[in-house]
Design a protein around this ligand. Sequence first.
Ligand code: HEM
Length: 510
Amino acid sequence: MIQLLIVVVVIALYFYGTRNFDFFSKRGIKFEKPMIFFGGYLRQHVDKVSLSGRFAALHRAHPDEKFVGFFEGNSPAVVIIDTELIKHVLLTDFRDIHHRGLIPRTKFTEPLMRNILTSEGDTWKLMRQKLTPAFSSGKLKAMFPLIVEMTGKLTKLADEAATKDEVDVREMMARYTTDFIGACGFGIDSNALNEENSDFRKLGKRIFTYTNRDIFINVMKRAFPSAFEYARQFAPEIEHKTMSIIKEIMTQRNYQPSGRNDFIDILLELRQKGKIVGESIEHRNPDGSPAIVELDLDDELLAAQVFVFFAAGFETSSSASSYFLHCLAYHPEIQERCQKEVDEIIAKYNGKLCYDAIRDMKYLEMAFRESLRCLPSPGFIIRRTTSKYTIPGTQVTLDDGSVIIVSIEALSSSEKYFEDPEEFRPERFHPDNIGNIKKFTFMPFGDGPRSCIGERMAVMQSMAGVAAILRRFTVAPSRSSVRKPRIDPKSILVQTIIGGLPLAIRRRLT
Ligand code: HEM
């Protein structure tokens, strides 16, 4: 009897766990073979390929399809391949697809996930509307002296590194980025940042150390969203530490902008203006116009926005700037041209690295963008439908909450769009050539209303760091450098590299 029951339960579980698996085959659409219950989730771990690599492989295996299917747990999801369809998903049909949905939607949102990167619906809409001016050129220029101060600390690190055989520039740029986040995001002053064991440094390290607990919760939240609704993505100590550091800074400032022009100041200014009011993206009035909604920028919501510097800015910026150095090390002639430009422009600004000087470094920016094409930090864009969505030009309708992926990695390394994509050629981004790049094929910062709000800040901060290094040093491949570094198969959003990025740093003779 018990055996029979077990057989029945196993069969029932099998049917439950595979109930949607004929979604694509019934419609004649190519798709990635799923695993019972997990769909494609475990494939990353079984195939030992990063999430970005997995989506890029799906894209590359079907270059002539408009899109290809896969399963998120039991739910059908798609990787969009055709650039016209990409435009629909990221731009034209935004009303139906405005969630990022890194994890499936549930009613409970943990406090730190209310940051603009991971929040959804009206919280996202109102915060994006209010924070857009915070990332304007004017605010960035006012904040820039803090970034320049951090490049001074980076130069000291590089000077120490120059006495050694080689140094992991990924680690070096991660320290520079942590200092930038501390100074510009959290409003911590430079002396406090010098302490190796400060609370802030410990927090930074903990956020990016993926413990078994973190991996387990991440897989389970995506595979069984309801059962794991209240399990927190961020370990409790991360939430407590972030809140307490930010509260301490705000108390020190008496909840008033301090004139330091950092992000906390900008948020405090915003808060002084009272409740945030704006048009809803979720609710409509009976006449079809958007309902008016409001949002209170309380301590928790404010802290979540500061946290975005870690959530969205840390791994992306440190990966991008260090990979840029790696590319320059392997292309000495391009490095020399960048150094010449850096020297000339800094001389023009009386020997000072400043906002306008960095903005004038056009060739450096071309080379930086080319390095992002070769290795885009997040290798894919993710969206989640917010209503039933019929893929334009097809009979395929995805349910509300379905995942849609665009592979930045596959697009920017495709021969179809970039001649000799393996080659590092900054000239592709020369103003005379940039018009030849097809829209929606180069998107290291995403595209549409949910694209990277920090793009200008990221470009300027990364370029400032690299310019500060090139001004005094030359980078070159070293004993353990690998020309084409291996991406860590455990990478989720940002493509991290196994073994870091070792390079030799040498003082320039001039
Ligand atoms: C080189 C460094 C960076 C790269 C390559 C990068 C790339 C990206 C990408 C690909 C997205 C997703 C876009 C989409 O879904 O269409 C994104 C979103 C975002 N990034 Fe960046 N990012 C970088 C640095 C930063 C920095 C320094 C900040 C600010 C502190 C930042 C803030 C954000 C935010 C807030 C979002 C979410 C925007 C929204 O959902 O409205 N990023 N970034």
